[in-house]
Design a protein around this ligand. Structure first.
Ligand code: NAD
Length: 460
């Protein structure tokens, strides 16, 4: 899928124009491959995994079992044939705890890179720095992050990605369930625009993945998406509906027409509501009480910008952004908590932004509100974990939407190209990340912020 608005991406993919673009020394992004529809139970069917384990690794059995359950076949390195293109390579580096062990990263991925296929996925299972028993082990855990981030930048020109999962030392039986969702996301095309990320898994949420992996994963569950009339919210509502959720689509009254059209198409519900008004939390709770049920998935997506340098920013521009992007979320959550309207085992996802991580010129208000959400999900996750509810954030980078199409050309081109994949993401990429966090098998992920930014050069 190429974006009709990204001329360079289209030309670089052209049979005749592509070589010309490269000869001119222009960035030559490769169109990303994505999946359509909901997860299949054998999402990784037909995919061969170049597998490696460094000494002392403790994740191997559970990870291999999860990959096989997803349909992948395993090829222990370095026995893959020299002819073969590698599409998926996973290294269990959880045993790395001294400096000498780090050489194993080069030892495994060096040969892999020589045979790397375009659109490949590279994944490192890394030790959890919180488990490090010594200063050297902590340094080594952190070193792996640096390695993965650099690896991601080196493979981006092939539209390939590299990411890491940090794994704690699980109690028996905890690992397989908690690896299933993250492995499926990071090893498949669902994570096409996610690279250079290090996601920490935990055992904070009790329970396991009870149901078999047969789709649809959210059948019978109710999901709320705010700001669903267009952009990332509409893509997210659609993606959750693909997983079988009944979606309550919320947006301002002025967006009633597209909102209702979307809800009809998804067999969902539409509710017009300005989430920043004082009545909004009660109106939402009333709607749920009238249905006689709580929410299983809550996506706080609605957000606004009022960009201006701080010197010129009015009080109204500051307040409006805080009211929609931050206060509304806190007020709605407080009302849902008071009414017991977030179900056990629920999933809450807030839309943050890389501006909230790196800051951005003219966005002091926006970056403040989006950074706040990163702190909020970490703290709220700890509070809700005993009820099996996860709380995470997704931080998009440059995504091709109405909002980014309005950015002046030169700034837009810079934002679009300044990442390892040299292109903007699609709303679908953000929706995939939200869907990953919304499913039962993401129970190992809570309190985290997942960037969907093609490894933007902004921020870490
Ligand atoms: P968008 O402007 O296209 O859509 C936002 C939707 O939210 C609109 O339908 C709007 O009507 C609705 N909304 C705004 N205020 C509301 C309110 N008070 N009550 C109810 N609904 C309201 O934005 P988008 O690009 O789809 O972004 C969605 C989210 O992702 C936002 O939180 C945004 O900050 C974040 N984000 C977007 C990008 C990007 O590149 N597009 C990057 C980083 C973060």
């Amino acid at each position: 899928m190429t974006d009709a608005h990204d001329t360079l991406l289209r030309l670089a993919a052209g049979r005749f124009s592509g070589p010309l673009i490269r000869a001119l020394g222009l960035p030559s992004p490769r169109p990303l491959r994505r999946e359509a529809g909901g997860y299949r139970s054998d999402e990784l069917a037909g995919r061969a995994v170049a597998w490696g384990t460094l000494p002392g690794g403790h994740a191997g059995d559970a990870a291999r079992a999860a990959l096989q359950a997803l349909g992948a076949s395993l090829k222990p390195g370095p026995v893959w044939s020299t002819q073969e293109r590698i599409e998926l390579a996973v290294l269990d580096a959880t045993g790395c705890c001294d400096v000498a062990a780090l050489a194993g990263l080069r030892g495994f991925f060096g040969p892999v890179l020589r045979q790397l296929a375009p659109h490949a996925r590279l994944l490192v299972l890394a030790p959890d720095p919180a488990d490090a028993g010594s200063a050297e082990a902590a340094a080594v855990a952190r070193a792996i992050e640096g390695f993965v981030r650099s690896l991601a930048k080196e493979v981006g020109r092939l539209a390939a990605t590299a990411n890491a999962l940090q794994l704690p030392r699980w109690a028996d039986g905890q690992a397989a369930d908690r690896l299933l969702g993250p492995l499926r996301f990071f090893c498949s095309r669902r994570s096409a625009y996610v690279s250079g990320r290090v996601l920490a898994l935990s055992a904070a949420l009790p329970g396991g993945v009870a149901e078999p992996l047969a789709a649809p994963r959210l059948a019978g569950r109710l999901a709320l998406v705010t700001g669903a009339a267009r952009g990332l919210g509409a893509a997210t509502a659609e993606r959750l509906a693909e997983e079988g959720a009944r979606v309550l689509c919320v947006d301002v009254p002025a967006a009633a027409e597209p909102l209702q059209a979307l809800a009809r198409r998804l067999n969902g519900e539409a509710l017009t509501l300005d989430i920043s008004t004082a009545q909004a939390p009660a109106a939402l709770c009333d709607w749920l009480c009238a249905q006689g049920r709580g929410l299983d998935v809550l996506v706080h997506n609605a957000g606004i910008t009022r960009d201006r340098t701080l010197l010129k920013m009015s009080e109204a521009e500051w307040q409006q952004v805080m009211a929609v992007n931050l206060q509304a979320i806190l007020s709605i959550d407080a009302a849902l908590d008071a009414g017991g309207l977030l179900n056990e085992g629920g999933r809450e996802i807030c839309l943050s932004s890389i501006s909230g991580i790196a800051g951005n010129l003219g966005q002091t208000n926006y970056a403040t509100s989006k950074a706040a959400l990163i702190g909020y999900v970490a703290a709220r996750a700890a509070l809700l974990a005993p009820r099996g509810i996860s709380v995470n954030a997704v931080a998009p980078g440059f995504i091709e939407t109405e909002m980014t199409r309005r950015i002046p050309l030169l700034i837009r081109e810079a934002g679009r190209r300044m990442n390892a994949l040299a292109q903007g993401g699609q709303p679908r990429d953000v929706a995939e990340a939200v869907a990953f966090l919304a499913l039962p098998e993401s129970l190992g992920v809570t309190g985290q912020t997942l960037r969907v930014c093609g490894q933007a050069l902004l921020g870490a």
